[in-house]
Design a protein around this ligand. Structure first.
Ligand code: AHR
Length: 475
């Protein structure tokens, strides 16, 4: 097969925000316990954090890591996780039907985040929680040293200086019937509005993410976004999108999932524009795609670990090459919508539908999806530039015009960077790149891991079947 890619680097579409490369760690499965935290592990540091995990997370150059959930947050009392560890309560964790020992809480997460070099994106509980509890959490985190009792409590717990958290999620997936204390659009819009008001009073610098729909198939999708945006407009900065993709045996349809992500983003972007015009407002509300990945719901097909254990090893996915190729396409979609998508979190980072899986007491295994994320994060930054891809299409159950390729082009430091995949499992695609001068400097090909390929002429790129690729061109 043949394809053409014409790049117009003078037409800049948007800045790619660093927050585009963010992730998510939830108190779920083994993400925390025997994931990032395993006292007694041969690499554990003085706080019990696994250094072998830190070593493979750091190169991902994540901007934010979302914490502590996810569904978990809707039943979580943040006060359970502070103070001396021996005094912390052990509780039933109702989102994932596990036991929560609270040996890791907000202060430990902040410490881990600092070690990894990421910023925290903190979700507050709007399920069982109240605006007051959310406000007190932000006060605990950000109040100036010695200024209030909560600032003194933070100091007593070893952290006199404010943490300076600058991004907070107003709950999680509150439209989902599975959510602890799920809400109607109006119920959520009201509590989000009142919570946001308090949080902005405590710290006007904090940016707030309101919950959008849990996915684009939710029965209230659209109504939910409109209700929340109308009610919360003055206080919020972002609205969230979540979506997971899975191969149900029809791999061709699965691989066209990036086109679904594109459509979902554009629908939410249009709703935001509609409410802006209704309100006559110039305010820009960005999109925070703060949960996306491939998710097979492992537990449904396998023996599921017993309830009420800690850690309860759920949703440990084993990703293959097709997953990595779709994953690269999802990154293309997020990049190609960088004019409205300002934050995106791969869900999740570790052990739970994750880039990596640890063995308790053992090593850490990097999954096929780790590599497209790693290389996109290190190379696909800067500015999104215009391009026109002319490539073959195929018919599948999901659509008549599925594209054989996904592609995004960025420019940084005078270098053009192209993320491109080939979704065919049998045929190579000959790609002719035009519109720019210069020479290929680097070509990374993803086949389960990532390989350096031999550089070639820009008119002569041969994309092998079921591969993702990043090509760097210096001008
Ligand atoms: O990422 C796993 C779960 O998926 C999260 O807890 C929830 O927000 C979503 O349904």
């Amino acid at each position: 097969m043949k394809a053409k890619l014409k790049i117009n680097k003078d037409k800049v579409i948007a800045k790619v925000e660093d927050a585009m490369y963010s992730s998510f760690v939830e108190h779920m499965g083994r993400a925390i316990y025997t994931g990032i935290y395993e006292p007694g592990h041969r690499t554990a540091d003085e706080e019990g954090f696994r250094k072998d995990v830190i070593d493979v997370v750091k190169p991902l150059a994540l901007e934010y890591v979302r914490y502590p959930g996810g569904n978990f947050v809707s039943g979580y009392n943040w006060r359970d996780g502070i103070g001396p560890k021996k005094d912390r309560p052990v509780r039933l964790e109702l989102a994932w039907e596990a036991i929560e020992t609270n040996q890791v809480g907000i202060d430990e997460f902040m410490s881990w985040a600092a070690k990894v070099g990421v910023k925290p994106m903190i979700a507050v509980n709007l399920g069982t929680g109240t605006p007051k509890e959310a406000a007190e959490l932000l006060e605990y985190l950000n109040a100036p040293k010695g200024s209030t009792s909560l600032a003194l409590l933070r100091e007593k717990n070893g952290h006199p200086e404010p943490y300076g958290v600058d991004l907070v999620c107003l709950g999680n997936e509150m439209d989902g019937p599975w959510q602890i204390c799920a809400k109607t659009p109006t119920e959520y819009a009201r509590i989000a509005h009142e919570t946001a008001k308090l949080l902005k009073r405590i710290d006007p610098n904090v940016k707030l993410v309101a919950c959008g729909s849990s996915n684009s198939s939710m029965p209230t999708f659209g109504l939910w976004e409109r209700t929340v945006l109308r009610e919360c407009w003055d206080y919020i900065d972002y609205i969230s999108l979540h979506n997971y993709y899975r191969d149900d045996g029809d791999t061709k349809s699965f691989l066209s999932g990036s086109q679904d992500m594109d459509r979902f983003i554009k629908e939410v972007r249009d709703i935001v524009a509609e409410i802006a015009s209704e309100k006559g407002s110039d305010k820009r509300i960005g999109l925070s795609f703060d949960e996306w990945n491939v998710w097979y719901h492992f537990r449904k097909e396998n023996n599921f670990p017993p309830k009420w254990t800690c850690p309860r090893a759920i949703e440990e996915e084993n990703y293959n090459q097709a997953d990595a190729v779709l994953f690269s396409g999802l990154i293309c979609s997020l990049l190609n919508n960088a004019d409205c998508v300002k934050i995106s979190c791969i869900a999740q980072l570790i052990n739970v539908l994750a880039l990596m899986i640890t063995v308790p007491g053992g090593g850490v295994e990097l999954k096929s999806i780790y590599y497209p994320f790693l290389h996109a994060s290190s190379l696909m930054r800067g500015k999104l530039v215009s391009c026109k891809l002319d490539c073959p299409t195929y018919e599948c159950k999901a659509r008549k015009d599925a594209s054989y390729m996904d592609c995004a082009v960025t420019e940084k430091d005078g270098k053009i960077r192209i993320l491109v995949n080939n979704k065919s499992d049998s045929e190579s695609i000959h790609l002719d790149i035009s519109g720019i001068g210069g020479r290929m400097e680097r070509w990374i090909e993803g086949k389960m891991t990532a390989l350096e390929k031999k550089v070639c002429k820009l008119s002569d790129v041969e994309l092998t079947p079921l591969s993702w690729n990043i090509i760097v061109i210096s001008e």
